[in-house]
Design a protein. Structure first.
Length: 125
């Protein structure tokens, strides 16, 4: 056991690797228990969050206790077939998750400023 821990200490992981996996293309009827069965084979899981809102259905976040377990699961389960759907398993990257939200927020702010100052770019053309 100590030998395995020593080997892990010498391994350098890419910067995008972390304990949180983002899973897409899940069947809508998949349950949390089934997710624990699928992903639990690769190590202890801290948390699984299934998307239930209309825009997040078919997605989930899986949080592992250990980063090496998450790496192993990502490598083995990407492309895994569940109910005739192939899973897309990625590492969660928060800066990418908020990029779209920030873009939408900026667009809303631009529209607000246009109406505030009476700017109509379509009329200028």
């Amino acid at each position: 056991m100590a030998l395995a821990a020593a080997r892990r200490a010498n391994v350098r992981l890419p910067p995008e690797v972390n304990r949180i996996l983002y899973v897409r293309n899940l069947p809508f009827e998949v349950s949390t228990e089934e997710m624990y069965d699928i992903f639990g084979k690769y190590g202890p899981i801290r948390q699984i969050r299934l998307g239930i809102a209309p825009n997040t259905r078919g997605t989930a976040f899986v949080v592992y206790e250990d980063i090496f377990d998450a790496k192993n699961a990502c490598e083995h389960l990407s492309g895994f077939n569940v109910c005739n759907r192939y899973l897309v398993v990625l590492y969660y990257q928060p800066h990418k998750a908020f990029k779209k939200m920030n873009k939408d927020l900026k667009q809303d702010q631009i529209e607000l400023l246009k109406t505030k100052y009476g700017i109509d770019l379509e009329a200028d053309k």
